[in-house]
Design a protein around this ligand. Structure first.
Ligand code: GTP
Ligand code: MG
Length: 391
């Protein structure tokens, strides 16, 4: 599957930059292309210049709202992010069309951190503009949920997250929910954490996007997962997970296992990778709430067989009994078996509910505070009414 990736705001831009890196990796290691264009859109010129892989010209690193914000961002006000995106929409949509192999694109990926101002405000507006221009291509959002400490200390984060998610649900075909907090590694500094988190976020898409683009027969599975399968598997709230199981390094050990342990070791490893993918899902959710699911298993060709694929299908069926499950194999990885899992059309997600509930509370208390504030202003005006003004 080939995608155009558009990152909005600083977080979105950095993750789009990671997708550009993933494409260079696919080209170098596998001789295929998975990203037809990578773009970063921001109100902050300095953030754009800090990217690594996205082409450094103004058509790929797109500055919006220049006159309004002076190139310094919108300071967490996502209404302003939405407004400048609307004003500069043509600039963004025209730039996207310049992608070299645009006509080969299967879908759009739009990415943003939903707690900030620019990305959170712009993502649904840009989705709407792309939808109007390119009716036939699906649009997927990647919504990066804030860290726990941001939710605890900044009401605006919750408000931005809630308004952004509601607007996305109304515009895009599916939204990948990705919770920053689930990727935090305690032993890293914040700066190292962010770049580590960004690669952990995009890596699960590598095999998924590559599988359908392979042309060499030895890398084409018995059951291939291509763009059509992925598109059919995505709707509404969506999560992604990845898990792997290392294969023993020594052949004789493998041989020993194969001969003396009754339970199929491949199946065991496949289940282990699937279990990890489920426990590492990008947002906490119940697999039984999904209406669609897709998994892709990759490993050395000789380790994969139809039995393994079927066992995994049965295993997932047990967890997501209501879901339409699609699956496939990809004879690619060496030395490990890995599983990429998508659960989609989730009926409910606790995080989303919590944002909606908390934001509603915030809006009511803001209205109350605004009323009090205006009464106090009136009171002081009243007190000053007999005092002469110098103007
Ligand atoms: N995973 C990840 N999350 C990030 C990164 N940078 C920021 N975030 C998250 O994204 C949220 C939004 O931050 P930014 O992307 O900086 O905000 P923005 O869209 O540029 O908006 P303004 O700066 O307010 O105009 C933050 O609250 C963080 O939760 C990053 O590099 N990686
Ligand atoms: Mg910013």
């Amino acid at each position: 599957m080939k995608v155009v990736v558009v990152g909005l705001g600083q977080c979105g831009g950095r993750i789009a930059d990671e997708f550009a890196r993933l494409n260079s990796q696919a080209r170098r290691q596998r001789g295929i292309e998975i990203v037809t264009g990578a773009f970063a859109v921001n109100t902050d010129a300095a953030d754009l210049s800090g990217l690594k892989t996205i082409s450094p010209d103004y058509q790929h690193r797109i500055l919006i709202g220049g006159r309004r914000t002076g190139g310094h961002g919108v300071g967490k006000i996502n209404e302003l992010g939405a407004e400048v995106a609307r004003e500069d929409a043509d600039k963004i949509v025209d730039a996207i069309r310049t992608a070299k192999h645009f006509f080969e694109t299967d879908a759009f990926f739009l990415v943003a951190g939903i707690a900030g101002g620019t990305g959170s405000g712009a993502i649904s507006i840009v989705a709407q503009m792309i939808r109007e221009r390119y009716l036939d291509k699906p649009i997927y959002a990647m919504a990066i949920l804030p860290f726990a400490h941001e939710e605890e200390t900044e009401e605006r984060s919750i408000y931005n997250a809630a308004t952004c998610l509601k607007s996305l649900y109304q515009t895009v075909d599916a939204t990948f929910l990705i919770d920053n907090q689930r990727y935090v590694r305690k032993d890293f500094s914040l700066r190292n954490n962010l770049s580590k988190i960004n690669s952990l976020i995009v890596d699960p898409f590598y095999n998924l996007l590559c599988a359908g683009e392979e042309r060499k027969p030895k890398h084409i599975g018995a059951k291939m997962v291509d763009a059509g399968d992925i598109i059919q598997s995505l709707a509404g709230w969506t999560v992604i997970g990845y898990g792997k199981s290392q294969l023993p390094i020594f052949r004789w050990f493998n041989f020993f296992l194969r001969n003396f342990i009754k339970k199929s070791t491949e199946t065991h490893r496949g289940i282990q990778a699937m279990d990890e993918a489920i426990s590492e899902l990008s947002v906490k959710c119940a697999p039984s709430d999904s209406s669609r699911a897709l998994y892709l298993i990759s490993g050395p060709a000789k380790e994969m067989n139809m039995g393994l694929i079927k066992e995994l299908a049965d295993y997932l069926r047990g967890m997501s009994p209501q879901a339409v499950i699609r699956n496939g194999d990809y004879p690619r990885e060496r030395g490990l078996i890995d599983v990429t899992l998508i659960l989609s059309e989730l009926l409910t997600v606790d995080k989303v509910r919590a944002y909606y509930e908390k934001a509603t509370g915030i809006i009511h208390s803001l209205k109350g505070r605004r009323g009090e504030f205006e009464n106090k202003l009136k009171e002081i005006d009243e007190l000053a009414k007999d005092i002469p003004s110098l103007l």
